[in-house]
Design a protein around this ligand. Sequence first.
Ligand code: DON
Length: 592
Amino acid sequence: MNRPIRRTLAALALLAAAVPATAQVTEVYHPPAEAVATAHPLATEAGLEVLAAGGNAFDAAVAVTAALGVVEPYGSGLGGGGFFLLHREGDKLDLLVDARETAPGAATGDMYLDRNGEPIARLSREGPLAAGIPGTAAALQHLSETFGERALADNLAPAIRLADEGFPVNAELSARITAMAHRFSPAAQAVFMPGGEVPASGETLVQKDLAGTLRAMAEDGAEAFYEGAVAEKLQRGVFSDGGIWSLGDLALYRVKERAPARIDYRGYRITTAPLPSAGGVTLEQIFKILEARDWPPSDDTAARHELIEAMRFAYRDRAVYLGDADFVDVPVARITSDDYIADIAGRIGTRATPSESMEVASMQEARAKGRQTTHFSILDRWGNRVSATLSINTWFGSGYMPPGTGVLLNNEMDDFATAPLVPNAYGLVHTEANSIAPHKRPLSSMSPTFVDGPRGVFITGTPGGSRIITMVLLSTLAHMNGLPAELAVTAPRFHHQFLPDVVQFESGALTEPQREKLRERGHKLEEVTRDFGNMQAIHWDLRRGFVDAASDPRGFGRAVVREVPVEAGAGAVGFVELGGASSDAARLASLL
Ligand code: DON
């Protein structure tokens, strides 16, 4: 460990010792601007509208979530779930609202296997059998009621308008409808291909049934979704078309409030999603491996290699150990302990570790024990924040819409291990910890994140399936190394997930000589030309007193920063310096 880092850690320890856990937090920081970054301009507008009407970040999150479900129907919606990471500045509360889908009560471990025990991938990806019980509707009510300032109905108003009056289809939506039309159920087809035609870019798409469902929620809250007439239509549709939902499954659904995962790394505090997202554990392992190795070494190729190896080892453990901790014992303390990390850090050599060589031992141990999707970030004038990643899993989820609801259902059941070591839609493998059980939540990669530290506050997250965690990692490192939000979301990306044993990279991420040097170390490389995320980030620099936001150029989103009048006694009032970024920030910035 080098000296500045040791100093930083010592400073952190002192700070922790000086502030008792129960201490009253008196300093409240107010930013000079509010910001909304989402994957669709109309959803950003919905958020800004609610903020302008006096709503806080949590109200805006409700408006954005509901609006995204209307204008980005391939990515998220009432038929899906997600994770909302919240920070309430008034009492410094950090909390994760877990609105992940649950397996229906009648789900079984072998529900996607044929008679010979072979998985039938189509069953966990298409049609109503692929759908978990959705969590988004419950989250909308919970956020409004518990954290918001306005009524749920007011926060849903922009989405109801967009569904009822329609909105202009963009090129992305038109193309995705074309690509996925073959999977649409008749009700979904009627909505997304009115008159049997894919709407062209610029045409208006109206969703009357969805407007009706949102209106029912505006009147009667989430109960209207989980227990009323809507619930009956959802259940009847699913059941009559081969699914296994019961009315009881819907009535039983609850969001869970969870303590977020916290990682301290070189003077920064990273707050992110705990299980059933893999994000927290996997990021903690990676950051700890980097710290144990005093990363980065002076040679750029070695630095990239070590980062890739850290990803590989952490994703191996994702596959072996991680699942819904409400159902299975996950040895989080052990696999993030100093000894365990030191062992992994010590096993990283100068050459790539073949994943197959790691697989055998660890998998046996595990057996013995048994741009679809979307992200948004919000900062309000009071310093409250939301980082939320929401999903119906793959494009247009299961493609199944129960008639009369306008609600397109997820295919999140595919995020379970449909069978041990059988790759899911993202090539991820799992073991017993992530097997299917009634009411269990499938393991996720969605990792809405806050980073607090010397550069102020960074709010980040992205869709992208298995690559979400490493994209959040790279953007966090980019932020720590001085990059502005725009470059943190733009920087080319690379990824390793243990299996398949390849480094996936965007074309701009590695030059040909850099690729060659990684190959010499034994890495297999694969260039990926699409779907490398759609990040939405906000940076609030407390020292300089400015707010900056960025929407990933890979998507069609929009980030807006709007100045707010500084209230008496508010405004940025300085920041406790916890430590510096690494000394060779400039070189690192070029590395990432
Ligand atoms: O929860 C998960 O990890 C996945 N269902 C997320 C899917 C996703 O990000 C798709 N995006 N490209």
